[in-house]
Design a protein around this ligand. Structure first.
Ligand code: ATP
Ligand code: MG
Ligand code: MG
Length: 146
């Protein structure tokens, strides 16, 4: 059914579940799996506390991209352990919703698989802001996992 899937990962339990579902769907059709993380530069706690005067944007970005690469690397290994061979990791820049949608369009994926909620799971809402916005704006299919 799907030849190419994008999984959005933020290190949360729900994005791990999304990864597992995407891998199972990919195995069924020998599809490509693209694992994507967009570091949330402006929401970094240090940026909130100290502002851009004390912690430079570049320091924060580099730190978050390093952490993001590890999240992606771990997800790539997990996908390979599930038997997926066509797996690719991407750390993308920009506001997460827009960066993930842009990446999905560049890759021409059939579907985006993601968690309903993620790391910011505080308010008890069913959908987080990233999953809400992507569900509304993506041109391809979106599967959200709880
Ligand atoms: P919010 O961020 O609005 O406070 P939340 O963290 O609970 O709430 P979302 O951020 O919408 O919810 O996360 C839902 C899903 O979106 C995650 O499970 C993950 O699949 C994906 N996601 C969220 N943030 C990112 C990101 N920065 N990069 C890649 N995927 C992300
Ligand atoms: Mg958020
Ligand atoms: Mg979030």
């Amino acid at each position: 059914m799907y030849k190419s899937l994008l999984v959005a990962v933020d290190g949360s339990t729900q994005s791990e579940k999304a990864l597992i579902l995407a891998c199972h769907l990919a195995l069924y059709d020998d599809a490509e799996v693209h694992i994507v993380h967009a570091p949330e530069v402006l929401q970094h706690p240090a940026m909130m506390t100290w502002g851009i005067g004390s912690v430079s944007m570049e320091d924060s970005r580099e730190e978050l991209e390093a952490t993001g690469s590890k999240v992606v690397e771990r997800a790539v290994l997990a996908a390979q352990e599930l038997g997926v061979t066509k797996v690719h990791g991407h750390v993308v820049r920009g506001e997460p919703t827009r960066a993930i949608i842009r990446q999905s369009e560049e890759l021409g994926v059939d579907v985006i698989v993601m968690g309903c909620r993620g790391l910011g799971n505080l308010s008890g809402l069913v959908m987080g802001s990233v999953s809400h916005k992507i569900t509304h704006s993506a041109k391809c299919g979106v599967i959200t996992v709880r």
